[in-house]
Design a protein around this ligand. Structure first.
Ligand code: SF4
Length: 286
């Protein structure tokens, strides 16, 4: 009988590993089961990619510190002295939108875990704000390509992302400290783009979304955990290999794809190019 996938006992599903499985089953197996670290460029323009990624990380850190209560004067000083002037302008845009504007409990860089299909499903939030009536999930984005103008198209693309399913579903399944379940509580996922600070995208979430997403994720988890090991095939879509670090391992080419051509069908957010999982793999290795 074919051997099924054996995940570590502490394995938790999340938006990154589910997205990876959907993109390429082999990538999921190499990255999350074998934990293979394969040093390769993510894009051909490493310098620009790294500068964008680091700027995004520093910006997220500033916002985290803001919600932790670090003095605003100090944060402004840090932003103004950042080596990348975009960080200061992103932080100005953030303050114009959010300074003293959020009510309720604000939980920055917060993690929640729910149980789906007998497995842990983890959601990491940039900011989770909850009140008696609503839960709002904020996701800060720093895109490196021009922000598309067609907002309806953006919404459709964002809605299709695993992130837009995992984050609200886990919040939906959570029992909040006031003991209330979310049946009556309104949940909204808000994507806030630093380069377009006045136009956040709001994706409302309700019981019907939770049922549909719950089913999709349950089915995916069941499929992953029952697929025989030898059936974690390479993707047929070789465009996905262009920005995958296992390219040479899989004999799908040596040269990394162009930075400007990353996932042009999706929303090109810099921080998504280097997933949490890859960072964890590397830090384990070092
Ligand atoms: S290089 Fe291509 S086939 Fe290999 S793991 Fe990456 S996406 Fe999959």
């Amino acid at each position: 009988m074919a051997e099924a996938l054996s995940l570590p006992t502490d394995f938790s599903f999340n938006q990154s590993n589910l997205e990876s499985y959907l993109a390429c089953k082999r990538q999921f197996q190499l990255r999350y089961v074998r934990k293979l670290v394969w040093p390769a460029q993510t894009t051909s323009d490493t310098k620009r990619f790294e500068a964008d990624r680091q700027a995004g990380i520093r910006f997220h850190l500033l916002i985290h510190q803001y919600f932790l209560g670090v003095k605003l004067e100090r944060l402004l000083e840090v932003a103004q002295n950042d080596p990348d002037e975009r960080v200061n302008s992103w932080f100005d845009g953030f303050l114009a939108q959010f300074h003293e504007g959020l009510t309720g409990h604000c939980l920055p860089e917060f993690t929640l875990v729910a149980s789906v299909a007998g497995h842990a499903l983890t959601a990491k939030y940039d900011l989770l704000r909850w009140t008696g009536e609503e839960v709002v999930i904020y996701d800060w984005k720093t895109s490196f390509l021009p922000v598309p103008l067609d907002r309806e198209k953006i919404k459709v693309r964002l809605n299709a992302r695993m992130q837009s399913k995992v984050l609200p579903l886990v919040a939906w399944l959570t029992r909040w400290p006031d003991g209330e379940q979310n049946l009556e509580r309104k949940i909204t996922l808000s994507y806030w783009e630093a380069r377009d600070p006045g136009n956040p995208i709001f994706l409302p979430y309700d019981a019907q979304s939770a049922v549909l997403d719950g089913q999709v994720i349950q089915n995916l988890i069941r499929e992953i955990t029952t697929t025989p090991l030898e059936q974690f095939f390479q993707t047929n879509d070789e465009r996905k290999c262009l920005h995958c670090t296992y390219r040479s391992y899989c004999q799908r080419g040596i040269r990394a794809g162009d930075y400007n051509e990353v996932d042009t069908e999706g929303m090109p957010f810099t921080e998504d190019l280097w997933t949490q999982a890859e960072s964890e793999l590397l830090s384990e290795e070092l």
